[in-house]
Design a protein around this ligand. Structure first.
Ligand code: SF4
Length: 470
């Protein structure tokens, strides 16, 4: 997903901070690709660039420097990153853009090779060197070329205090850790982000408190593997404790946990979901596959029954829970039988939100060296079939909400008077369907960020429609 974060609209962490009172005429454009963790890095870069005296260019073709924060997770996201860089390179050749800085996972992965391939690139900044962004951007503005600011993966320092938020005022991503200790055979992330590094407990709670003071009501917890939070720093997972502490932060109404791993769920964590009302009845748990053979080849460190049992107990103990999961199809060695078993499970389990990638062969990964690679057409066809089955499931699952009276958080006006876009607790921000809300013409305006009581009137595949009641 491509996002541009204008510095002016991005809210510095706390109003009135000692920013450069007279931003120089240095103009920068920042483009973010990839996941929410990359977005947080971009928000940090925005804050640092603003403090470094940069102001936003209306668009890249009016900037002294363009910073593109890239994603290198899989082939399609690498292609999107390259396409974006090439667009900027064309602007530069036409004299409409001063300099190009490539940051993020492509910079970490390909470093100087990127500049050899695309000579219009002036600098590369690694995932651990975000704190150098303003200095590098100024060097590029002053004519610096061939700048490589890339260190070993996983050297990023805790820069959360510099974030300039880009999400709607009432919600914010809260990164609790970076890197990952798992070694799934298809995944390049540990090579780009390093091993698991959990932020200090106090630093996370402090940031949540600052966010709440600035109007945030919903925290979206992110990491590569949230359920392992604290393992590296405290010797065991402290996610349950952290969730209880975040729920106590005045003003915080919803705490949503993204990127959990089936191996690192615990009894203590399930109890928090049972007992703490602020923790959303929403579980984001990528499974990647369901057969033992595939899970072993992916080195997911769980077996089919292990993860199925966990999901059964989540459903049993947490009524109303929505489960978001993700699969990779066409993994090397995946047989038609493996795939059929996956499809049957998707049909039977009726998971609320399902995403699916066709396996992307990545250099430098064990799976990339496996012999049993499948033809691209088989991968694409299996992805099409899985998503087709999920469409049917989604119609059933969301159809059951019709007639129910529930709370919706209003995220934005809906384009016409009395219309709004919102989400149930069971719908994640930007990644899931939404609830389109209609209020009576004479009804008072609903405030963005607040909750409204509604009756669900209709389900449209992944989205819901609702009318305000009471
Ligand atoms: S859990 Fe596996 S897929 Fe997720 S970031 Fe870690 S290695 Fe990659």
């Amino acid at each position: 997903m491509i996002r541009s974060i204008p510095l002016e609209t991005a809210r510095p962490r706390d109003e009135g901070a000692d920013e450069d009172p007279s931003p120089g005429d240095a103009r920068v454009a920042l483009v973010t690709l990839g996941c929410a963790k990359n977005l947080v890095d971009s928000e940090i870069m925005v804050g640092l660039l603003a403090r470094g005296g940069f102001r936003t260019a209306a668009s890249a073709d009016d900037a002294d420097v363009a910073v593109v924060n890239t994603c290198a997770f899989i082939g399609p996201s690498q292609k999107e990153s390259i396409d974006r860089i090439l667009e900027l390179a064309a602007l530069k050749r036409e004299g409409r853009l001063g300099g190009i800085v490539v940051a993020g996972c492509m910079a970490q992965r390909y470093q100087a090779d990127l500049m050899r391939e695309i000579p219009e690139i002036d600098a590369v900044v690694g995932t651990g060197q975000v704190d150098a962004i303003a200095r590098v951007a100024h060097r590029v503005r002053r004519g610096g070329r061939a700048i490589v600011e890339v260190g070993p993966a996983g050297t990023a320092v805790d820069l959360a205090a510099h974030r300039a938020l880009s999400t709607p005022r009432h919600l914010a991503y809260l990164r609790i850790a970076d890197g990952c200790d798992f070694r799934c055979t298809f995944c390049i992330i540990p090579q780009l982000r390093g091993d698991l590094r959990s932020r200090p407990f106090e630093s996370v709670v402090e940031e949540a408190t600052r966010l709440a003071e600035s109007g945030v009501r919903e925290l979206l917890l992110i990491a590569q593997d949230s359920t392992s939070y604290g393992e590296d720093r405290y010797g065991s997972s402290r996610l349950p404790e952290l969730l209880r502490a975040l729920a106590q932060v005045p003003g915080i109404e919803w705490v949503r946990v993204h990127y959990t791993h089936p191996k690192t769920w615990s009894e203590a964590l399930i109890q928090v979901f049972e007992e703490v009302p602020q923790v959303c009845r929403y579980v984001d748990i990528p499974l990647q596959h369901v057969t033992d053979r595939m899970l072993r080849r992916m080195r997911r460190e769980v077996d089919g029954e292990g993860q199925a049992g966990l999901l059964r107990s989540l459903r049993k103990r947490l009524p109303g829970i929505a489960i978001r999961t993700h699969f990779i199809v066409g993994f090397p060695g995946e047989t038609e039988e493996d795939f059929e078993e996956l499809i049957q499970r998707v049909e039977q389990e009726e998971w609320d939100h399902v995403g699916c990638f066709a396996y992307s062969r990545e250099d430098g990964t064990p799976a990339g060296r496996m012999k049993e690679q499948l033809p691209e057409r088989v991968k694409v066809e299996r992805r099409r079939r899985l998503l087709e089955v999920q469409q049917g499931v989604a119609a059933r699952v969301w159809g059951r909400w019709v007639g129910r009276e529930v709370e919706v958080r209003i995220d934005a006006p809906g384009g016409k008077p009395g219309q709004y876009v919102g989400r149930l607790e069971q719908q994640g921000y930007e990644v899931d369907g939404v609830t389109r809300v209609r209020a009576k013409a004479e009804a008072p305006l609903l405030a963005v960020g607040e909750k409204a009581r509604v009756r669900i009137t209709r389900a449209r595949r992944y989205d819901l429609e609702a009318e305000v009641i009471g």
